[in-house]
Every structure is written in structure tokens, then in C-alpha cells.
Design a binder for this molecule. Structure first.
Ligand code: NOJ
Ligand code: CA
Length: 517
């Protein structure tokens, strides 16, 4: 790929939720110094890149996705200098760090918004989307009224306290208040966001995961205007920061990668995509019909259909990022048991593109339903503190009293911990570690290596070639299955058991073999 940061070909990301990863100063909430102290853990596990969830100054009504000041680290996480130290310490270990950019909205406590809400015209008046009457509530969007002296209502992009930044409209239906995305009055919004990016790239950030990247221009049904904006951002990177990466939360790889020119796009569980069929699907009675559920016995066909199409359409332009989970969904362990997760991880980590693993998924942390925190609602259960070891009071996460923690740790007696899993040769952590080491050394398995499905039976068996001559055969079911090829003796990785017959192989229940041919 031309004009492409080379490091992405071997990148495997670890997603760190800063408030829940490691508390360096004992105040009960994770912070940047705590994260620095655990970089060796991340690196030793086999990850070479980090996506850090928002760490900027914020009232935390949406856990930091409501940014008050894009240029300042939230005091609860540390200082700008601490973040620079994180970049340096990561780079010293050959790792990259991308930040979370929230370009679609700010907090209503952001200075830009406070200025914009003033009745007298000023340079921020058009920075957000306002109607021209305090009573107006045009259909199709959410509006806030009665919260400012300005005679208008303002549009929300997500929660109540997240007003939409104004990048204009593609199709203008009410010129009295809607501004075209090409109008010079909305240009400063993108310029401001580019300035934010340059600020952190100049300090050592390696790029950004971009929140709701498709949401910028309103009434933009085919996203052409939004894509046009992102191409400008990409042009800035290509020219001045060629090693910096942009990963979009768009969930439509052909548009995000080919049109908006993101380097990677997340494949999330929107619209019957891969993770939906792989982990989450249920029938009407609530029984799992997910591919990796061992009793579901379903073909991989549905799981792969959209994925393969999008993979083909974006080949040579960028990568699709598969995830083990993230801060917005229930943890993988909520859907799949330990043995199922092992098969699923072998699949996730042998796909092309750039994989992302959510902190704690590598040790099988649990989803813990509980009261909402900072706008988390059902997501809060996936945001609990990392379980480092068995130490009291908080499994190594913090030395604070338990009642001072951001969220409580999993206190079930058999809650997994990083230290425990690292000691146990047969643990999930050890499997993930082995797979990451394999991916590092086996060029075929890296982001660029192509994927061709060689078998996808109704019996659930899946086999695919990666790159030149590396194959992955999977039987996710709880029954023995026949693969219509041999796996041979050049086995690079094996869980379960594969036995060759004459022109076929028998795969024991829940088997994955990576082999060369
Ligand atoms: C997507 C983020 O992942 C989520 O956590 C957040 O609440 C929304 N975007 C709004 O920014
Ligand atoms: Ca702290």
C-alpha cells in the first residue's frame, strides 16, 4: 500500500480504558502513570499498540466522550507531561499509542459551546448547529431548548450534554438555519479539529481512533460530504505525519476506507456483521446461534458474508479491524464460555487487518451488570477495573479503600487475574500470548496477508488460507467434524486435536489448527 504507515502491517492493538486499568497514585481511579507501569505487561503479552479511550478534560457525563478541553489531559488521569511520557515509554518498547478523537460533539461545558450559546454573534456562533428560534424542533434530530439565552435550539449528537459540532449539511432543506458543508462559516470546525490532532501528534501520539467518524456532516445520506472532510484530514497526515494512523468508528469499511480514506475501520456489531454472527446471535427463545457457541452447530457462511465482501472491496486501501469487544458492548465472556473463547481468539488473531483486544478479555474478565456510571448504562459492566493479581484490597488495581474505587473489582472467588493466568500454562492468556507470537513471526498471518476461504461447510467446519501458504482449520462445535483436506505435520498452532486420514482430517471438538502447506 502506498502512503501507508508500515507499522500497521504487524500492529495488534490493546484497548485501554484509562479509568479502569491501573491506579498509579492510589486515589481509586486508573491513570496515565499507572498505565506506564503496566506497559511491560501489554508488551510481554504480545501487543505492540495501544488505543487509549478519551483522556481529556471532561465533566464525564459520557465517560470522557464529552470533551471540555481537547488540549488538556483530565486531571484525574494526570498531566499533559504524563501523556508525553506514556508516548516515550511506549516508543522505547517499540509500541505505538493512538488517542481517542471525538470530532462530532463536545461537552456542553466546552468553552467553544459557552461562546456559541451567547446571544451576541461571535466567532463560535456557527461552531455548533443552532436553529433560529428557541421554539424550533425540526424533525429527524434531537434538540435542546431553554438552556441558553441565544434565540435558537441546539442539536445533540449523542447524550443531552453533547451538542453537535457544526460541519454543515450536505442537503440543505432549510437555508434559514442550515449551512452547507462547503460554506466558509463551518470551515473553522474542521480546522479546529485538525489543530487538536496536530497538537497531540507533535507531542508524540501515533494517531487517533475516531469516534462516530461518519456523523460529521448532517443530512448526508451517502456520506459523500463527510468523506470529503476526512480526505482533507488524511491529506494533512500524508503530507506532514505519514506514520500517523486514523481508525474509524464507521462500521462501513468500503465507505470509511475507500471514500473517507481511513487506514482502518472497526467492524462492530452493527448490521449483521462478523462479530454479530460470531458471538452475539440468539434465536427467539434466547438460545445462542453464534458461530463460536459450541452447541449452535451453524455454518460460518453468515458470519463471513459481509466481511468477505468488504475485505475484497477495501483490499490494498486499508484494513478492517476486528475486535474482541470494547467499552460499548458486554464482554466476550458474557456470550461465550472459556473453551469457546479460545476458539474465537484463534480466529480473531489469524484474520487479516488490524485486530483490537479489549483490556481484560485476554484473561477472560467477566461482564458484571451493575448500576450505571458516567453514562455507561448496560456498558458499565464491561468497564470494571483490570484484575492484576490476588492482592487485597483490589486485585492489584489500586491501593485505595474498596469503597473509593471508580468501579468495584470483580470480587467473585474465581475471578481471573493476569498474574494467575500468566502462571498457568493452559490459560487463555497463554493462548493469546502464543497466537500473538505466531502472528509476529509468521508473515502470512499479518494484516496484509490475504484470506481465501477453502472450506465452509454446513457442518460448521471452516478452513482458510492466509498469505502464501498458511492455513487455519476450525471446528467450533462440541462434536468431531471432518475437514476435506489433511492438515499435515507442519503445525504451527493447535488447540483440540486434528488427526489426518486419507485425504481428510478429523477435527476433535473445539479444535483450531494453524498449519503450513
Ligand atoms: C461511541 C463511543 O464508543 C461511546 O462510548 C460513546 O458513548 C459514543 N460514541 C458517543 O461519543
Ligand atoms: Ca489514580
Amino acid at each position: 500500500m502506498n502512503n501507508f504507515p508500515k507499522w500497521l502491517n504487524t500492529a495488534v492493538f490493546y484497548q485501554v480504558y484509562p479509568q479502569s486499568f491501573c491506579d498509579g497514585n492510589g486515589d481509586g481511579i486508573g491513570d496515565l502513570n499507572g498505565l506506564v507501569s503496566e506497559l511491560d505487561y501489554i508488551s510481554n503479552t504480545g501487543f505492540n499498540a495501544i488505543w487509549l479511550n478519551p483522556c481529556f478534560d471532561s465533566p464525564f457525563k459520557d465517560a470522557g466522550y464529552d470533551v471540555k478541553n481537547y488540549f488538556k489531559v483530565a486531571p484525574r488521569y494526570g498531566t499533559n507531561d504524563d501523556l508525553v511520557r506514556l508516548f516515550k515509554e511506549a516508543h522505547n518498547r517499540g509500541m505505538h499509542v493512538i488517542l481517542d478523537l471525538v470530532p462530532g460533539h463536545t461537552s456542553d461545558k466546552c468553552r467553544w459551546f459557552k461562546q456559541s450559546a451567547k446571544p451576541t454573534r461571535n466567532r463560535y456562533s456557527d461552531r455548533y448547529i443552532w436553529t433560529n428560534s428557541g421554539w424550533a424542533r425540526p424533525e429527524g434530530y434531537n434538540w435542546v431548548t431553554g438552556n441558553a439565552d441565544r434565540n435558537g435550539t441546539y442539536m445533540l449528537n449523542f447524550f443531552l450534554n453533547q451538542p453537535a459540532l457544526n460541519y454543515g449539511f450536505n442537503v440543505v432543506t432549510d437555508p434559514d438555519w442550515q449551512i452547507s458543508y462547503r460554506d466558509k462559516r463551518v470551515k473553522p470546525t474542521l480546522e479546529a479539529m485538525k489543530k487538536v490532532m496536530r497538537f497531540w501528534l507533535d507531542k508524540g501520539a501515533d494517531g487517533f481512533r475516531v469516534d462516530m467518524a461518519d456523523s460529521l456532516v448532517k443530512n448526508d445520506p451517502d456520506k459523500t460530504a463527510t468523506a470529503w472532510l476526512w480526505r482533507k484530514v488524511r491529506a494533512m497526515l500524508d503530507r506532514h505525519y505519514p506514520e500517523a494512523v486514523l481508525v474509524s468508528e464507521w462500521c462501513n469499511a468500503p465507505v470509511a476506507i475507500n471514500k473517507a480514506r481511513f487506514h482502518c475501520d472497526f467492524l462492530l456489531n452493527h448490521g449483521n456483521k462478523l462479530t454479530d454472527y460470531a458471538f452475539y446471535k440468539r434465536d427467539k427463545e434466547g438460545k445462542s446461534t453464534a458461530y463460536f457457541c459450541k452447541t449452535a452447530h451453524v455454518s460460518a457462511k453468515n458470519m463471513l458474508s459481509v466481511y468477505l465482501r468488504e475485505l475484497n472491496q477495501t483490499r490494498n486501501n486499508g484494513y478492517i479491524s476486528v475486535i474482541s469487544g470494547n467499552h460499548d458492548v458486554e464482554r466476550l465472556s458474557y456470550f461465550l464460555d472459556d473453551s469457546e473463547r479460545r476458539v474465537a481468539f484463534a480466529f480473531l488473531l489469524t484474520l487479516p487487518g488490524v485486530p483490537f483486544v479489549y483490556y481484560g478479555d485476554e484473561i477472560g474478565m467477566r461482564y458484571i451488570p451493575q448500576q450505571s456510571k458516567e453514562g455507561g448504562f448496560h456498558r458499565t459492566g464491561s468497564r470494571t477495573p483490570m484484575q492484576w493479581d490476588d492482592a487485597l484490597p483490589n486485585m492489584g488495581f489500586s491501593t485505595a479503600k474498596a469503597n473509593k474505587l471508580y468501579l468495584d473489582v470483580d470480587r467473585t472467588p474465581d475471578a481471573p487475574s493476569a498474574a494467575g493466568q500468566m502462571r498457568d500454562k493452559s490459560s487463555l492468556w497463554n493462548e493469546v500470548h502464543t497466537l500473538l507470537e505466531l502472528r509476529r513471526t509468521q508473515t502470512d498471518l499479518q494484516s496484509d496477508g490475504e484470506l481465501e476461504v477453502t472450506e465452509c461447510g454446513e457442518n460448521g467446519v471452516l478452513c482458510y488460507r492466509r498469505g502464501q501458504h498458511t492455513y487455519v482449520a476450525i471446528n467450533p462445535t462440541d462434536e468431531e467434524r471432518k475437514l476435506s483436506d489433511v492438515v499435515g505435520s507442519k503445525r504451527l498452532f493447535e488447540i483440540g486435536r486434528a488427526t489426518d486420514g486419507d485425504g481428510f482430517a478429523l477435527l476433535a471438538p473445539q479444535t483450531v489448527v494453524v498449519f503450513e502447506k
